[in-house]
Design a protein around this ligand. Structure first.
Ligand code: ATP
Ligand code: MG
Length: 369
C-alpha cells in the first residue's frame, strides 16, 4: 500500500524560495525562513523580537502600515503591496509582499503571515547573467587578439637579433635593444591576456587558508601601512577549489584596493586606509542561470574613493582601466577564474566603501572536483 512520505514542515518552509516572515499579535517578528534571512541579510536570532513595523514602514510612506496590519490581525483582511520599499539593516529593499492572518487554532492568538518577493533580486539576476554572457564573449575575443599579437613576436625578436649581429655597430644597438625590449613587453602582455593555461586543480580547502596568505602578502607589500580587519565566519565548510588561482583572484582585487587607497591622496586625507576581509555563508544566489542554495561569500572591502559610475558597469571587461598605467586585465582574469569555479565576483561601490564579493557555490561543489 502506498505510504505518504512524512515531511518536516519547518524543513519545507526553509527550503522555499519565497521569503516568509511570521509576526505575533504584538507585531513582533518571531520567525523568518532561510530565504527571508538571505533577503534581509540578518539571522533569525537577530530579527527575533524586532517590531515588524520598523521593517515594513518607510518614513515617507503615506500608506498606514500599522492600521493595515491590525486589520489583518483582528479582522482577517489580507492585503498585498506591490513595489514597496522596506528597510532592513539601513538598507532599502524593493519587494512585493502580502500579509494574511494565520490561524493557529487558538482564538486569541492570531498571527500574521507575510510573504515577500524581492524585485531587486530579479533585476540583479538578469543583470548578472548579462554580465557573465558578455564577459565570455569578450574573453574569447581578447584571447583571439592576444594570439594574433603573440604569433609574429617571436619572428620580430629573432629578426632583430640577427639584424643587430649583422650591423654589429653600437650606434644601432640602442635601437635594436628598444625593439627587443618592447617585443618582450608585448609578449608578457599577450600572455596575461591569454590567461592561465593550466586547468584548475581542485582540492578540498578551507577558504581561510588562501585568504590568510593574501593578507600576509598584502601586509608585507604595504609595509603594515594599511589596517586590515578580519571578519571571518570560521564555521564555513571546506570546498573544492584551486587554492593558487583563488589567491590570484584575491590578490588582483586587493592590489586594486590598495592602489585606490594609496594613489588618491586628496580623498584619503582625512582617513586611514582600511581593508576588511569578510567571509560569510550567502544563501540563494543565481550564477549563470543556476540558483545556488548556499554559497561561500568572500568580501574584500576598502575605504578608498570608490569606482566612478561610468567605469563600474564595465569593470570586469578586459582592458577597462581607470589608471594611467593599468592594463585593465586584473578583474577580467579574476572573473574568469571564478567562473571556472562556477562562481562569480560582483562589485558595489560608493565613495568610502567599495566591496568586491566573491561567490563560491559549495553545496554542489563536489561535482566539479
Ligand atoms: N577597489 C577599487 N577602488 C577604486 N577603483 C577600483 C577598485 N578596483 C578596481 N578599480 C578600478 O577598476 C579598474 C580595472 O581594474 P583591473 O584590475 O581590471 O585593471 P587595472 O588595475 O587597471 O590593471 P591591471 O591589469 O594591472 O590589474 C582599475 O583601473 C580601477 O580604476
Ligand atoms: Mg588591477
Amino acid at each position: 500500500m502506498y505510504q505518504q512520505p512524512s515531511i518536516d514542515y519547518r524543513l519545507l518552509v526553509d527550503n522555499m524560495n519565497t521569503a516568509i516572515l511570521l509576526v505575533d499579535s504584538q507585531l513582533n517578528i518571531f520567525y523568518l525562513n532561510s530565504a527571508c534571512e538571505a533577503l534581509f541579510d540578518i539571522s533569525l536570532l537577530r530579527a527575533h523580537g524586532q517590531q515588524v513595523l520598523n521593517i515594513l514602514h518607510a518614513p515617507n510612506d503615506r500608506f498606514n502600515t500599522y492600521e493595515a496590519l491590525q486589520n489583518t490581525l483582528h479582522k482577517g483582511q489580507a492585503y498585498t503591496r506591490r513595489e514597496a520599499t522596506i528597510s532592513v539593516n539601513f538598507k532599502d529593499i524593493h519587494v512585493d509582499y502580502s500579509v494574511s492572518q494565520l490561524h493557529t487554532g487558538k482564538p486569541y492568538h492570531p498571527l500574521l503571515l507575510i510573504e515577500l518577493n524581492p524585485i531587486d533580486r530579479m533585476l540583479k539576476i538578469t543583470k548578472e547573467e548579462n554580465i557573465i554572457q558578455q564577459h565570455q564573449v569578450t574573453r574569447q575575443l581578447i584571447r583571439g587578439v592576444a594570439h594574433e599579437i603573440k604569433n609574429p613576436l617571436a619572428g620580430i625578436r629573432g629578426a632583430t637579433q640577427l639584424l643587430a649581429r649583422r650591423l654589429n655597430d653600437p650606434q644601432y644597438n640602442e635601437f635594436t635593444d628598444i625593439i627587443i625590449d618592447e617585443v618582450d613587453r608585448l609578449r608578457i602582455l599577450a600572455d596575461t591576456m591569454l590567461g592561465s593555461r593550466q586547468p584548475p586543480s581542485y582540492n578540498l580547502i578551507n577558504i581561510h587558508e588562501p585568504i590568510e596568505r593574501v593578507r600576509a602578502l598584502v601586509t608585507s607589500q604595504t609595509k603594515n601601512k594599511i589596517n586590515i580587519t578580519r571578519d571571518y565566519d570560521l564555521s564555513l565548510p571546506e570546498l573544492y577549489a584551486d587554492r593558487d588561482q583563488l589567491i590570484q583572484v584575491m590578490l588582483n582585487v586587493c592590489v586594486n584596493a590598495v592602489q585606490a587607497m594609496t594613489e588618491n591622496k586628496s580623498f584619503m586625507q582625512q582617513r586611514l586606509p582600511a581593508l576588511i576581509l569578510r567571509t560569510r555563508i550567502h544563501r540563494l544566489v543565481t550564477i549563470n542561470g543556476l540558483l545556488h542554495r548556499s554559497t561561500i561569500r568572500i568580501d574584500i572591502e576598502d575605504n578608498g574613493p570608490g569606482i566612478a559610475e561610468e567605469l563600474l558597469e564595465g569593470i570586469f571587461y578586459p582592458l577597462v582601466t581607470g589608471r594611467a598605467n593599468g592594463t585593465g586585465l586584473g578583474l577580467s582574469i579574476a572573473q574568469n577564474i571564478m567562473q571556472q569555479h562556477n562562481g562569480m565576483i560582483a562589485c558595489q561601490s560608493i565613495p568610502g566603501k567599495t566591496v568586491f564579493s566573491l561567490y563560491l557555490p559549495w553545496e554542489s561543489n563536489h561535482a566539479t572536483a
